[in-house]
Design a protein around this ligand. Structure first.
Ligand code: ZN
Length: 237
């Protein structure tokens, strides 16, 4: 199945990027995956800044080409910011799980977030930056930290919601790429619902294991049992 065909005649394209695309940071050692320190996270951030080329980068580049000139929105579960290094427009991407570009207070004494760049000097010295409001530590603004500040993505989320409200009765194509069951309320369930309530919607789910479609959207959907990264890389554009 070629995506160009699926996207043909679409008024709007909604894309969901799942955890399959997230960088696993294999090259950066951490002592305890459940309690990653800010300095370890900063090492990951520095690694990401080198824009490491991978199969995922190649997959994004294909996707970017196919979305060019179209009315789209991308929701991603990734926090690695790799998608921002592609030609996919950043104002059309929302990343509800956070980002390695921002810091937040570990206790969320305020929802405020801070650019990692601004704390570069401190971090480069191997010191832990401190919350300017309460003096506790700053941590990465990403899901997985003890308390997650959602401030970083809410504005974009509102833009996305407005965009979505305009999709009723329009030819929307819903593409879900490698989205598993880790955070189903972010992409998986709402995407199914968008498909269900719109008579003109068409849905495509690409996943190596969780490719099945629910009964109620089966007649609007295509299910592809494939690694979504390979699926994109194999597209002809
Ligand atoms: Zn604080």
């Amino acid at each position: 199945m070629y995506l160009n065909e699926f996207f043909k005649d679409a008024d709007m394209i909604l894309v969901g990027i799942g955890e399959n695309f997230q960088d696993k940071f294999d090259e950066i050692e951490v002592a305890d995956e459940k309690n990653v320190t800010i300095l370890e996270d900063y090492a990951r951030k520095k690694y990401l800044d080198t824009c490491p080329k991978s199969d995922v980068t190649e997959a994004y580049e294909k996707l970017a080409k196919m979305l060019e000139g179209k009315n789209y929105f991308v929701v991603t579960l990734c926090t690695d910011d790799k998608i921002y290094h592609t030609n996919i427009k950043s104002d059309r991407i929302v990343a509800p799980c956070g980002s390695y570009s921002y810091l937040q207070c570990e206790e969320v004494c305020t929802e405020d977030i801070y650019l990692v760049e601004e704390y570069k000097d401190i971090l480069d010295k191997g010191e832990e930056p401190i919350c300017p409001k309460c003096g506790k530590k700053l941590v990465m603004n990403r899901i997985g930290v003890k308390k997650y500040s959602e401030e970083g993505y809410l504005k974009k989320w509102n833009t996305y919601m407005k965009w979505l409200q305009g999709s009723l009765n329009r030819n929307i194509r819903v593409l879900e790429l490698g989205v598993g069951m880790k955070y189903p309320s972010v992409i998986r369930w709402p995407f199914e619902r968008v498909t269900l309530i719109n008579n003109k919607a068409k849905f495509m789910r690409v996943h190596k294991q969780l490719f099945q479609l629910t009964e109620d959207i089966r007649d609007k959907g295509i299910s592809i049992e494939e690694n979504p990264i390979d699926f994109l890389r194999n597209q002809i554009v």
